[in-house]
Design a protein around this ligand. Structure first.
Ligand code: PMP
Length: 355
């Protein structure tokens, strides 16, 4: 046959997620930790990898790693599930709680993957848009949840790309407004230093997402996890690919998690640089920076798309949201090393000066 029948109808017109994977001197586009794992910790990681049996399937549920994460959070193994990056767990959530006839409450502008997964799984998305300066319309979210027809909701805290934490008081109100499953995406929690883990004890409808891709310098390894009640974890296990977390990733993640205190200095340095970059950005005429609790800063600048090109031509790769809905005119810079941040600030100042 020299033709093929159409793919599933929900794929029509769908644009695949494009993280704009481009080489650059200063990679400040993907919210990674600018420091790779090195020195003694890297040696320990390599020793663990050397012991992996490549001919054997991995432990499907990564139970050793689950136990370590559970213990660190005062939980037991049945409250934790590990995935191939947080992305896989987000897809599993859409498979398990979404689907035709079901509804996701989303609070845009936010991480685009939630809505993309909803579309793939035929889930209806109910958007409650953020207001001025990206503040959550708390009353509108609670009112919408209280109607009782939402199956699951997502709240990103700190939010990507806008940067701010949601208040714990508001999250409790969301959890009590209905029995919808509420995902609090804490991918950037290590830079904010605040978590809603203590709420798990009293709220069966809470699920928290974390990742090794940001603070723990493992974006290349693909490791994320969720914490929730055992009743929620059991449903996610039904939809997951049995061997999605490979043995090499499990071995690396165990070593990194056991040594996670070693990342504290780089997290502190990123947080200190975040303050400096925010202050410097705020001094540039025509630039408005949004306060951030994460390892990136969203900012508004005139001719944002041209600014992105200008920076890229000078070796600085940041993220262009200027054509994204509700984010028009904005760019997002990941906090890198002091040198990378200076390269970014210098080029942006030059761009403004040349206008
Ligand atoms: N949630 C948010 C808010 C993110 O920004 C990301 C990474 N872009 C993820 C989840 C998923 O990260 P990963 O798949 O690398 O664990």
């Amino acid at each position: 046959m020299n033709s093929v029948r159409a793919s599933a109808p929900q794929l029509e017109g769908l644009v695949p997620y494009d993280p704009k994977y481009l080489p650059a001197q200063a990679m400040l586009s993907a919210n990674e930790n600018p420091c790779d794992i090195d020195g003694a910790l890297r040696d320990e990681v390599m020793r663990a990898v050397a012991e992996v049996a490549f001919n054997r399937y991995p432990d499907p549920l990564a139970n050793e790693l689950r136990d370590m994460i559970a213990e660190a959070n005062g939980l037991s193994r049945d409250h934790v599930l590990v995935g191939n990056g947080g992305d896989e767990l987000l897809f599993n959530l859409a498979l398990a709680w979404g689907g035709p006839g079901r509804k996701l409450l989303n609070v845009p502008p936010t991480f685009s993957v939630y809505a993309a997964n909803a579309r793939l799984t035929g889930t209806e998305v109910v958007n409650v848009a953020r207001g001025a300066d990206f503040a959550i319309d708390e009353e509108a979210v609670i009112e919408r949840l209280s109607r009782g027809d939402i199956d699951f909701a997502v709240l990103t805290s700190p939010n990507n790309p806008t940067g701010e934490l949601a208040s714990e008081e508001f999250i409790v109100r969301m959890l009590e407004a209905s029995d919808a499953l509420v995902l609090v995406d804490e991918a950037y929690f290590e830079f904010a230093g605040r978590t809603v883990v203590p709420l798990l004890a009293e709220h069966e409808n809470l699920i928290i997402l974390r990742t090794f891709s940001k603070a723990y310098s493992l974006a290349g390894v693909r490791l994320g996890y969720v914490m929730a009640s055992p009743s929620v974890i059991r449903e996610l296990i039904k939809v997951r690919q049995p061997y999605s977390v490979d043995a090499v990733s499990q071995a690396i993640a165990r070593v990194v998690y056991a040594n996670r205190a070693a990342f504290d200095p780089s997290i502190k340095a990123i947080v200190a640089e975040r303050t400096r970059v925010f202050e410097e950005l705020s001094k540039i005429p025509g630039v408005k920076a949004y306060p951030s609790d994460a390892n990136y800063i969203l900012f508004r600048v005139e001719e944002a798309a041209s600014a992105w090109d200008y920076l890229y031509d000078r070796g600085v790769l940041i993220r262009d949201f200027s054509a994204s809905a509700m984010l028009e005119g904005t760019l997002r810079v990941t906090i890198g090393t002091a040198e990378q941040n200076d390269a970014f600030l210098g080029s942006l100042r030059d761009f403004i000066d040349e206008r």
